[in-house]
Design a binder for this molecule. Structure first.
Ligand SMILES: [Zn+2]
Length: 339
């Protein structure tokens, strides 16, 4: 019946990390605070939740939580009283939530076992929130475990980081990621494309696949072509891409440009067929500094992505216009030659 709801959610590429924590736990040597670090879209939060369930289940084994006890049922229903999952509604985690978490940590466990706090992402705490959290880390209450999930651990307070054990999550091997992605209920033939687009991050690839990204990617590449051909302006092109969102627009271009560079430099195959017309244009001017100019454009994209992620008030339309202007310049020589 509800059995399937509470099956383990450990991802196939997380066995090593799970075993490391599980062995420490079974020897009563598990540190009370962990920093789960790795790039976005590889399942760090899923891992944190799975391990929280492992800590709360009193019949857990080295294979994972039992899935049938009262604690497992409460967990599956999302109502376990000794678990707190803190996530920001917008970009910043409110200090009130951290204060609640501190009170939660100091209170006795309601079910008589462990208590677990998950913060995702840890970098969403502002300095006041992080300082407040230090209280728990400095005087950790018994049987209370803190799992901090982070894409950018470098942004965390050093005093916070130094009080956590770090658990790294590298990207899964490509074959394993693809096999997993192809097994998902909504998987289709675009799995390979989306895994490339997500730069090997399987959960991100799945989200992109479900969002039907392939079409939006194709539309963006058409825009880049039109700009290279002088058939549209940066302002018009940016307007067309507004709906797709700045982050996705930059990601698609990063994939597109890195794909073109790989082909031009290394003679490898194009990662996605939609890039064929752009490659043809680049090939028309091979040996005219196209590779260097593509490299420069790639760096601009990387910089723009950081800005788009880091600031609240970045104007996405203006950023896209600036990028597309640069793209027009990158391909301008090309246009002069061929027309
Ligand atoms: Zn259980």
């Amino acid at each position: 019946m509800s059995e399937s709801l509470i099956q383990t959610s450990l991802l196939p590429w997380q066995q090593t990390q799970f075993q490391r924590l599980q062995v420490l736990q079974s020897n009563n040597r598990l540190a009370h605070a962990w920093l789960l670090a790795g790039k976005p879209g590889i399942g760090k939060l899923a891992f944190a939740q799975h391990f929280a369930r492992q800590l709360l289940c009193r019949k857990a084994t080295s294979h994972g939580p039992c899935g049938t006890c009262q604690d497992c049922h409460l967990f599956a229903a999302g109502t376990h009283p000794d678990l707190q999952l803190l996530q920001p509604e917008t970009r910043q985690l409110k200090i009130e939530l951290i204060r609640e978490a501190i009170a939660f940590a100091q209170n006795t466990s309601q079910r008589g076992g462990a208590k677990v706090i998950i913060i995702n992402p840890a970098e969403s705490m502002n300095i006041n929130a992080a300082n407040a959290l230090l209280k728990i880390l400095e005087e950790p209450p018994a049987q209370t475990f803190l799992l901090l999930v982070s894409e950018q651990p470098g942004l965390l307070l050093l005093t916070l980081r130094s009080r956590c054990q770090r658990l790294d999550f590298p990207s899964p091997p490509a074959a394993q990621a693809l096999a997993w992605l192809q097994q998902q209920p909504d998987a289709d033939t675009s799995a390979v494309f989306h895994l490339q687009l997500a730069q090997g991050a399987p959960l991100r690839a799945l989200a992109l696949m479900r969002a039907g990204t392939e079409q939006a990617f194709g539309a963006l590449i058409q825009n880049l072509e039109a700009l290279a051909n002088g058939e549209t302006t940066p302002v018009q092109a940016a307007k067309k891409c507004e709906e797709t969102g700045i982050a996705a627009c930059i990601d698609y271009q990063l994939l597109g440009v890195s794909g073109l560079l790989a082909v031009l430099q290394g003679g490898v195959e194009l990662p996605v067929a939609a890039l064929t017309p752009l490659l043809a244009r680049c090939n028309q001017v091979a040996g005219t500094g196209m590779i260097r100019r593509l490299h420069d454009y790639y760096q601009s994209l990387v910089k723009a992505r950081k800005t788009a992620m880091a600031t609240n008030n970045a104007n996405p339309l203006l950023m896209l216009e600036a990028l597309f202007s640069e793209w027009s310049r990158v391909t301008a020589f090309n246009r002069a030659r061929s027309s």
